[in-house]
Write a protein that binds this ligand. Structure first.
Ligand SMILES: Cc1ncc(COP(=O)(O)O)c(C=O)c1O
Length: 318
């Protein structure tokens, strides 16, 4: 069988991101803690999403698209990164956001607004049941307005996005850790690390929904990626999703999560967010405390710092 060609990528992220040690947080948590700084992939487009968008946007341009359409929560990092990338490439962008338009935009929504994204709003119920259909309807409507739209799934979590994280794992390999911990929101980042070269046992920390849901979702993206692009790497990493640190709801952080966010900031000058990376770091510290992981541990920082803005009350109280 002829080899499956590697899909193109547009260089949009600052890569490779640094791999650093966290000496004071290591002592505090009781483990040899390292960090992969995907919070440094850029500024407006910072975080894990821009890695996925390097491949997805290349596919959109190859398809002749002049409008990117995608969806997420009101504070979606993926939507904000898509808006930045669209503008960097001279494209228009239309976001379907779950929630109600606030009087004053903050955090990621502030940037979506600054970037001039077209925004459609929908309530949580409609979003949960019909997001695919809603995106398709937006694409039809855009086509009627003369656009060539390109629809990106929630979180950029498809085979192209996962392949980007397989390549990200190659930035760490052949180094291998005793455990690698990463936040799981739509599953594509963990799926990519699963498909990529073995960098150690992978521990996904769900930020919403339960482990069964995400295990099926991640496996689905892994299968889709292997089907589309073949096994480029060994894909030998073991993986598991934990759901004990998702807190009360998506986007809602409990006091222990705020506590670890504060500790990371004060011990290392490291910015974690209350939606994703704060929950993942809390999971890491408790997995160490209960003996599930230990030794040399890698925390994969996936960005999200704009999620801190607009949370002043919680930061002051924490
Ligand atoms: C900052 C941040 N970290 C982690 C994630 C989770 O990544 P994934 O959606 O690929 O599971 C997301 C998005 O969902 C995110 O915005």
């Amino acid at each position: 069988m002829p080899p499956i060609p590697t899909p193109n990528a547009i260089p949009l992220a600052r890569l490779p991101t640094p791999l650093e040690q966290l000496p004071r947080l290591s002592r505090c948590i009781g483990v040899d803690l390292w960090i992969k700084r995907d919070d440094l992939t850029g500024l407006g487009e910072h975080g894990n999403k821009v890695r996925k968008l390097e491949r997805i946007a290349a596919d959109a341009l190859a398809a002749g698209a002049d409008l990117l359409i995608t969806c997420g929560g009101i504070q979606s990092n993926h939507c904000r990164a898509t808006a930045v990338v669209a503008r960097r490439l001279g494209l228009d962008v239309h976001l379907l956001l779950r929630g109600e338009r606030p009087a004053v935009p903050e955090g990621n929504l502030l940037l979506d607004t600054l970037l001039g994204a077209q925004i459609s709003w929908c309530d949580a119920d409609a979003y949960r049941h019909r997001r695919g259909a809603l995106l398709a309807a937006l694409a039809d409507e855009a086509q009627a307005r003369g656009y060539t739209p390109y629809v990106i799934p929630e979180g950029g979590s498809n085979a192209l996005g996962a392949l980007a994280y397989a390549d990200a794992a190659a930035e760490v390999a052949p180094d291998r850790f005793d455990a690698v911990v990463v936040a799981v929101g739509s599953g594509g980042t963990l799926a990519g690390l699963v498909v990529g070269p073995d960098i150690g046992p992978l521990h996904g920390v769900a930020v919403c929904d339960d482990a069964a849901y995400f295990t099926a979702r991640v496996q689905g993206i892994v299968d889709e990626t292997n089907l589309a692009f073949g096994r480029r790497y060994s894909g030998a990493s073991s993986w598991v999703v934990h759901d004990a640190w998702r807190g009360p709801a998506y986007g809602v952080a409990d006091p222990p999560t705020w506590s670890i966010i504060r500790r990371a900031a004060r011990l290392e000058g490291l910015l974690l967010d209350p939606v994703y990376t704060g929950k993942a770091m809390l999971g890491l510290s408790e997995l160490v405390a209960n003996g599930t992981i230990g030794g040399r541990v890698l925390f994969w920082h996936t960005g999200g710092a704009f999620g801190l803005f607009g949370r002043g009350h919680e930061v002051s109280a924490s």
